[in-house]
Structures are given as C-alpha cells and as structure tokens.
Design a protein around this ligand. Structure first.
Ligand code: GUN
Length: 300
C-alpha cells in the first residue's frame, strides 16, 4: 500500500472532543444543554443499531438525548403530532427521524414537518435549497464528514477535479454541492454514466457512494488521487468461520490503496464521521437557536 490512510475513527474522536468542549461551555457559560431527539418507527434491526449508537455518543459528549420508539403501525398523524411537539420543545435543538420509515408513512411529508432549524440531518427541503444556493443551512452528516476529511487532508480543494459516484439525496447530491461550494470541479456519476472508468480516472478526488461492494477497482484511480469510500457493505466471510461476515466499501481497498495518494478504510473511515457530524450539527443548531456564535470548524 502506498496511499496515506485517512483515519476516520481518530478524526471522529477529535470532532467529538471539540463538540464536548462546546457543550461544556454552553452549560457553564449559558446554562444551556443541547438536546437531540431521535425518533425510530418500527423494528428495523440496522436502524436499532444506529439509534443505540447515536444515543450513546450523544450522552458521552454531555448532550441531552431523547429517544422516541414508535410502533411499526403508527399512524402518520401521530408521528406528525410528535414532531410538532418536538419542534416547539425549547430543550430540543435537533430532531432526527431514522430512515427508512415503514411503507405506509410518507417520508417527504414527515421530514418536511421538522422545523428546518432543528433538522440536524439536513434533509428538509429548505435546507436542501439553502445548501444548493450556498447559504447557511443544516448539512447532511455523511457528506459533511467527508468534506471535513478532505479539507483536513488537502487544506483547500479549490480547483480540484472531484467525481462523486452515486446520486442519492442523502449522500451523492449534497456531497457534490459541498464540493462545488468549496470550488472543486464536480462531476456526478451514476448507474447510467457512460465510460465510468474514464470519468473516474480524471478525478483528483473520488467519493464512492453507490452501495455496491468493491465496485471501484484500482485501475480506475488516477495515481495520487484521494479516495473517500462511503460504502458499508456486508459480505459473507467463510474464511472467518461459519456464518461470519465482513464489511467492505464501494471501492476495492487493496488495489485502490496501491494507486491512490490517500484513502479512507472501511470500517473506520467515513462511518464514524457521520455520527460525529450529527453531534456537531446539534451543537450548531443549539448555538443558532440561542443567538450564540457557532463552533468553528464543525460546519460547512
Ligand atoms: N438511515 C440511514 N442513514 C440515515 C441518516 O443519515 N439519517 C437518518 N435520519 N436515517 C438514516
């Protein structure tokens, strides 16, 4: 391997320490405790794992953590009523409704019912519009984490060629927007992109966010490029024992690491940054709600 490893786990710990420092200051200087409410509807096992981990980290940085677990059959009106209550609760500064929602619930309607100032996921249509026009907004956590790692590694990414593979509303599109706002030259590639290998080969920065295990091979990577792997895919790993699995990203790590200048591993790359950025967004939302200066380095 020749690439520098971008250690998301260590970086996320640094971000959480910064958040914890701000939380302490808010408590001691202003008697304010930032509060995050997480709403989980149904019993999706992956969502339960995420929510548990979010709760643990929220408490660890000294914030108030509130969890609402609702039955899978919850009526839309009841979920909207809960969001309304959280919107007006002065002790809650961030609201996250865990996705995916059960099929009978309209995800867009639910997300857009959250007060945009408390939308720590950055999914509300107002925040999407603000980000798209380069204005102050709440920024989706995963792309924010990727941006922080890129800024840390490169200093400035101005003028660099960036290719984002994947066009989801949660990662691909906001990632492209953030790179553009930092003056990179941005291409969004997706399943219909022609000559994908050639498109990726032009990039100084590759962000892979497609959800297809190891789909980007090393010979697509320009020598010295920075590779950010957003994918978290579980593969069978019979070599580790019966029924065992291992996590892999959207890039083929070994071959990409042999060519790239820097690369994020899976696990331990983008993943830990996502929750760290959720905490950062909650502190930012809390400062904004109270007319206090925002923490530096924790926003886009
Ligand atoms: N489910 C998977 N990732 C996310 C996320 O970033 N936010 C929410 N709300 N749900 C998710």
């Amino acid at each position: 391997m020749t690439a520098t490893l971008i250690d998301g786990k260590a970086f996320a710990a640094k971000v959480r320490a910064q958040v914890a420092e701000h939380v302490t200051r808010l408590k001691t200087d202003h008697a304010i405790t930032p509060g995050l409410a997480v709403v989980l509807v149904g019993e999706d096992p992956a969502s339960q794992v995420y929510v548990r981990s979010k709760r643990k980290m929220t408490t660890e940085v000294g914030m108030k953590s509130v969890e609402h677990r609702l039955d899978a059959e919850t009526a839309e009106a009841d979920l909207l009523a809960l969001i309304d209550t959280l919107n007006t609760d002065p002790e809650i500064h961030g609201i996250l409704v865990q996705l995916p929602l059960p099929k009978h619930l309209n995800e867009d309607l639910v997300i857009n019912a959250i007060d945009p100032a408390k939308d720590v996921d950055g999914f509300h249509i107002s925040n999407v519009g603000l980000l798209g026009t380069g204005q102050k907004s709440m920024v989706p956590c995963t792309p924010l984490g990727c941006l922080m790692m890129l800024r840390e590694h490169h200093g400035s990414i101005s003028g660099l060629d960036a290719v984002v593979i994947g066009r989801s509303n949660i990662v691909g599109k906001p990632m492209a927007q953030l790179l553009l706002n930092d003056s990179a030259t941005v291409t969004i590639a997706h399943s219909r992109t022609k000559e994908l290998a050639d498109v990726v080969r032009r990039a100084d920065i590759v962000v892979a966010a497609v959800g297809r295990p190891q789909m980007v091979p090393g010979d697509w990577i320009k020598p010295g490029a920075t590779v950010i792997d957003v994918g978290i895919n579980r593969l069978d790993a019979p070599e580790k024992g019966e029924g065992k699995t291992r996590l892999v990203g959207d890039v083929d790590f070994d071959s990409c690491a042999a060519v790239a200048g820097a690369i994020t591993p899976v696990p331990g790359g983008v993943g830990p940054m996502t929750i760290a950025c959720l905490l950062a967004n909650t502190v930012t939302a809390c400062c904004r709600a109270n007319g206090l200066p925002e923490p530096e380095g924790l926003t886009a």
